[in-house]
Design a protein around this ligand. Structure first.
Ligand code: CDP
Length: 227
């Protein structure tokens, strides 16, 4: 790992939906006393705002214009409230209709430029664990440690389905698996900042691993000397 003072430590965690990024990233951040930055929440907030304003998701120009003037604030307390232009959208952005819409808006250059600007602004506040799709490849190319988290598609769909069931959503597993597959394909195939591991990323398959085991592994990687 590239050496850094804790204050400026940057850990990038990328990977497909349901790989366990946010669960692991939050715990690593807590353990190392770093800010956790959920970049997916920002893309979700833009999808939410576009839908709320009755904008067609396919209307790239209008969606990009909306993104340009949207202020998104990620609260760093335990509640992790997501504010979008002063509105608390924490729960609304997790709904399946937003999950289905988000990869469409995330493919737009205008949206990505605005959100990358906000994400880099977060990284100037101190050390961060940032998770997403393009953190190691684009947002924080100089990150001290880059992780690419993955798991089998079946396992990832099962995890996301469990999360939704726990949140009281009655949705068939097959539907979750189908939506996730489609979103992964959109994220991998898009032209701008597609989902792919950075060349210097450590690839970790979380299938069958406990969350604690993954967190311990990543924390240990931050403590390794520069090779
Ligand atoms: O939690 P989950 O892995 O399902 O997704 P997320 O992190 O909330 O991200 C939602 C969507 O935002 C992704 O499927 C991507 O389309 C987009 N995204 C992105 O393009 N780049 C990022 N850095 C983060 C998310």
């Amino acid at each position: 790992m590239k050496q850094a003072q804790q204050m400026s430590l940057q850990i990038a965690i990328d990977g497909p939906a349901g790989a366990g990024k946010s669960t692991v990233a939050k715990l690593v951040a807590k353990q190392l006393n770093l800010f956790y930055v959920d970049t997916g929440a920002m893309y979700r907030a833009i999808a939410y705002k576009a839908l709320k304003n009755g904008i067609l998701l396919e209307d790239e120009l209008s969606v990009s214009q909306i993104a340009k003037t949207t202020e998104i604030i990620l609260d760093h307390s335990e509640e992790r409230v997501v504010w979008c232009d002063g509105e608390n959208v924490t729960l609304a952005i997790r709904k399946p209709e937003i999950s289905r819409a988000v990869s469409i808006v995330a493919a737009y250059v205008g949206v990505r430029e605005r959100l990358v600007e906000l994400q880099r602004r977060e990284a100037t506040r101190g050390g961060v664990v940032m998770d997403g799709r393009d953190i190691g490849t684009h947002v924080l190319p100089e990150a001290n440690l880059k992780i690419f988290l993955t798991a089998t598609p079946t396992e990832r769909a099962r995890r996301r389905w469990m999360e939704l069931v726990k949140a009281g959503k009655n949705i068939p597993l097959e539907e979750v698996a189908h939506d996730m597959k489609q979103r992964d394909r959109q994220d991998i195939e898009r032209k701008v900042s597609p989902l792919e591991p950075a060349q210097d990323a450590v690839i970790l398959d979380t299938t069958g691993y406990s969350v604690e085991g993954m967190v311990a592994k990543i924390v240990a990687l931050t403590q390794e000397d520069e090779k």
